[in-house]
Design a protein around this ligand. Structure first.
Ligand code: EPU
Length: 302
C-alpha cells in the first residue's frame, strides 16, 4: 500500500473528491473488487493537470476508471491512484459531430445522439460503459464498433501535455486501439443524420436480441473472453456443457456461456477460478487458447 501521507501530497490543492481505501466493488458492474489506495474524482481538467505530472514524477501506479463494466478487480485491490472521471459528463451535439467528455455514459450518448437523429450509434444499445472506455477498448457488437464513429480524441498525457488524434491515427482493431498512455478527456464522434423510424426499428431489434441472449438482469461484466478467430467463446463453452457451472458466488451464465454472473457474494477469486476452469477445458478439448476480453487488474486477496 502507498503511504497515506504521500498520497495526500499527490492530491494536494485539487478541487475534486479524494477517497482513501475506496472499495472498487462499489464501482464495478460485477460488484467485485478490493480497495484502491486512493480514488480521485477530479473536478475538472485543471485538477488533472495538477495530478498527472505528480503521479509521473513520483512513479505512482495509476488507473483510469470508467463505468467499471469491463473490469475485474482482484480482491486485494489496487495500488496507487484510481482516477474516476464521473464529473466529465458534458455532451454537445453539433451539425457535424457529437462531442462528449470521457465520463459520459454510453446510454446517454446513444439517447442524445438518437434524439438528434444521428445514425450509427444504435449498436451502443445495452453497452453500459463510458465514452473513454469505449474508445480505449473499441467497444462494439456484431452490429458495429466505436472506432469508425470517432473523428477526434483529446488526451492528457501524464506529463501534462494535451494531444489530439484523428480516428484514423488510432488504428482501431478488435477491442483495441493505439493510444499513448494518458487520460482521454473527450471525443468527437461523426454525426450522420438518419431516418428516425429506421433507427428506432434497429434499436428495437437489438433490444430484443440482447434481452433474449444475455443475462442483463444479473451483475456481469459483458464478455469474459474474446471470440477466437472463426469461432465464438460462448458457443465453445456451451458445447462443452459448462453453462451453469459455479464456483462460490460466481456462475457461468445459464443464458450465455461467455457471460459470468455474480449470484451473490462472489469474489474475484471465484470468477478467476471460473476463467481458469473454462479456459483449461477449452484448451484441452478443442486446442484453442482463449484470450481475456475483460480487463483483469489489481492484486490477489489475502
Ligand atoms: N452462442 C452459443 N451459446 C452461448 C452463447 C452464444 O452457442 O451460450 C452462439 C450464438 O448462438 C451465436 C454466437 O455464439 O451464434 C455468438 O453469440 P452472440 O451473438 O451472443 O455474440 P458474442 O460473439 O458472444 C459479441 C460481443 C458482445 C455483443 C454481442 C452482440 C465479443 C467478445 N462480444 O458477443 O459484446 O454484445 O456480440 O452483438 O465480441 C462485450 O464486449 O462485453 C459484449 C457483451
Amino acid at each position: 500500500m502507498q503511504k497515506k501521507n504521500d498520497l495526500e501530497l499527490l492530491t494536494h490543492g485539487m478541487k475534486g473528491e479524494i477517497r482513501f481505501q475506496e472499495p472498487l466493488s462499489r464501482h464495478t458492474s460485477l460488484g467485485i473488487g478490493g480497495p484502491a489506495d486512493v480514488m480521485v474524482i477530479p473536478h475538472d481538467e485543471e485538477d488533472l493537470q495538477l495530478l498527472g505530472p505528480r503521479i509521473q514524477e513520483e512513479g505512482v501506479p495509476v488507473m483510469v476508471l470508467g463505468a467499471g463494466s469491463n473490469l475485474l478487480v482482484k480482491d486485494g485491490g489496487i495500488r496507487g491512484v484510481v482516477i474516476k472521471l464521473s464529473r466529465f459528463r458534458k455532451l454537445k451535439v453539433y451539425p457535424g459531430g457529437v462531442w462528449a467528455e470521457a465520463g459520459v455514459p454510453l446510454p446517454t450518448l446513444l439517447k442524445q445522439g438518437v434524439n438528434e437523429g444521428a445514425e450509427g450509434f444504435e449498436f451502443l444499445y445495452g453497452i453500459p460503459g463510458t465514452v473513454g472506455g469505449a474508445v480505449t477498448m473499441n467497444a462494439g457488437t456484431r452490429e458495429g464498433e466505436t472506432g469508425p464513429l470517432v473523428r477526434r480524441v483529446r488526451l492528457l498525457t501524464f506529463r501534462g501535455e494535451i494531444l489530439e488524434f484523428t480516428g484514423e491515427e488510432l488504428e482501431f482493431d478488435y477491442r483495441s486501439c493505439r493510444l499513448p498512455s494518458g487520460i482521454i478527456l473527450s471525443t468527437l464522434f461523426r454525426f450522420q443524420r438518419g431516418d428516425k423510424n429506421k433507427i428506432q426499428q434497429r434499436l428495437q431489434t437489438y433490444r430484443e436480441r440482447r434481452n433474449a441472449t444475455q443475462p442483463l438482469n444479473l451483475p456481469n461484466v459483458g464478455s469474459i473472453f474474446k471470440n477466437p478467430p472463426g469461432n465464438f467463446a460462448g458457443r465453445l463453452i456451451e458445447d462443452l456443457g459448462l453453462k451453469g457451472y459455479r464456483i462460490g458466488g460466481a456462475q457461468i451464465s445459464e443464458k450465455h456461456g461467455n457471460f459470468f454472473v455474480n449470484r451473490g457474494g462472489a469474489t474475484a477469486r471465484d470468477v478467476i477460478g471460473l476463467i481458469k476452469f473454462a479456459g483449461r477445458k477449452i484448451q484441452q478439448e478443442r486446442g484453442i487458447v482463449l484470450e481475456l476480453e475483460v480487463r483483469l487488474v489489481g492484486r490477489d486477496g489475502p
